[in-house]
Ligand binder design. Structure first.
Ligand code: G6P
Length: 367
């Protein structure tokens, strides 16, 4: 069937709105109803036999990998390496037969990622891919291909594929934790319950569309925007910046909050909006003190947080975007929604071509 935009002005808006449905589909396909355990289709993948995980991707898929690194390390106590495909392949990194090589790609056709996969053939214990297109080259050349079930994605800026990649990678990390005995049954059940509740929480996040559009109106006048996050929110800060530059052409950078003082703070003045992604989690207080350093230099903070976080830290901020409360492990999936909507509405306010941004291609099959 030919894709159409339905009631939406752009494919990107439609794909953002579809996330509760496609993420639910991704979760159902790896965690069948009633099960607390993650079930992978047709594979004897056993993480207890592996020493390390090497993850490789490009663009948005690379930020999904960076997020997953936190999950595999924290939940499954597994050493993880993440690399950009174009760097990985020419660096000739040593790969042992106790390494799982994991490739993440929406299209499954990205030339650099495919070349990186071929480099690992015959070296790694197994080659696993997380893909949206099951017939793609990357899927065909993997020992195990795990589909993300996002459906066709047309907007060049990846949205629903990103949240489906994250969901599948989190479930893979939970499977690794179960194999390696690093989480208790109770903790595993906790994560499973949180995952099952995720689609409805994503819907609640989408309800913030109007508030986000207001913040985006202000962003659209900026020349540069900084995104800050700590822990699991750090890769998302970089993804938020990537989305914004891709479709609005505003220069944006994502930084680890704690790194602010080592350089980017020199850029802060009254013209600089700073988007702070900060659920009220274990590192919240640290992020808030970085945010206060921004405000002390007249930077304009857009705080994305939950009720507790906003109540505690909203003094002096430019605007707030309110997210529902969520299990800390799942926060990067939920906070993707405001990151995407901020970029989307900023681009719409600027009148750029949201679905077909200049100079970019949906799938890059050249090196
Ligand atoms: C292109 C797209 C990006 C995408 C990247 C990786 O640059 O514009 O949105 O993240 O390729 O694509 P893949 O299909 O491998 O996920």
């Amino acid at each position: 069937a030919r894709a159409d935009k339905g009631e939406h002005k752009h494919f990107m808006a439609k794909e953002i709105a579809e996330q509760p449905i496609v993420v639910a589909e991704a979760i159902r396909s790896y965690m069948p109803t009633g099960a607390d355990q993650v079930v992978l289709p047709d594979t004897d993948l056993d993480f207890s036999k592996l020493d390390r995980l090497t993850m490789v991707a490009c663009g948005t898929a690379f930020y999904a990998c960076l997020t997953a690194k936190y999950w595999f390390e924290q939940l499954a106590k597994m050493p993880v390496e993440v690399d950009i495909a174009s760097e990985f392949r020419y660096r000739e990194p040593p790969i042992t037969d106790r390494t799982l090589a994991l490739f993440v790609s929406q299209s499954g056709e990205t030339a650099d990622t495919l070349a990186a996969l071929r480099y690992c053939e015959g070296k790694a214990d197994k080659i696993v891919s997380v893909v949206n297109v099951p017939e793609s080259s990357i899927a065909r050349e993997s020992d195990v291909a795990l589909p993300i079930h996002a459906g066709v994605e047309i907007g060049v800026a990846s949205t629903k594929a990103f949240t489906c990649q994250l969901s599948v990678l989190l479930m893979l990390a939970l499977k690794a934790a179960a194999d390696r005995g690093t989480l208790s049954d109770e903790e595993l059940a906790d994560h499973a319950a949180a995952l099952r509740g995720l689609p409805s929480v994503l819907n609640t996040a989408l309800d913030q569309n109007r508030a986000i559009r207001k913040s985006a109106q202000r962003l659209s006048e900026a020349r540069d925007v900084l995104f800050l996050g700590r822990g699991l929110m750090y890769p998302l800060a970089m993804e938020g910046a990537l989305k914004l530059k891709e479709i609005s052409y505003i220069h944006a950078e994502g930084y680890a909050s704690g790194e602010l003082k080592h350089g980017p703070i020199a850029l802060i003045d009254k013209h600089m909006p700073v988007v702070v992604m900060a659920p009220r989690d274990a590192v919240f207080d640290k992020t808030v003190s970085n945010m206060q350093e921004v405000m002390a230099r007249k930077g304009k903070v857009i705080l994305v947080s939950d009720d507790d976080g906003i109540a505690e830290a909203e003094d002096g901020v430019w605007s707030t975007i309110r997210m529902p409360h969520i299990h800390p492990s799942l926060a990067p999936i939920l906070y993707s929604v405001p990151a995407q909507l901020l970029a989307y509405h900023t681009a719409v306010a600027k009148g750029t071509d949201v679905d077909q941004p200049r100079n970019l291609a949906k799938s890059v099959t050249v090196e």
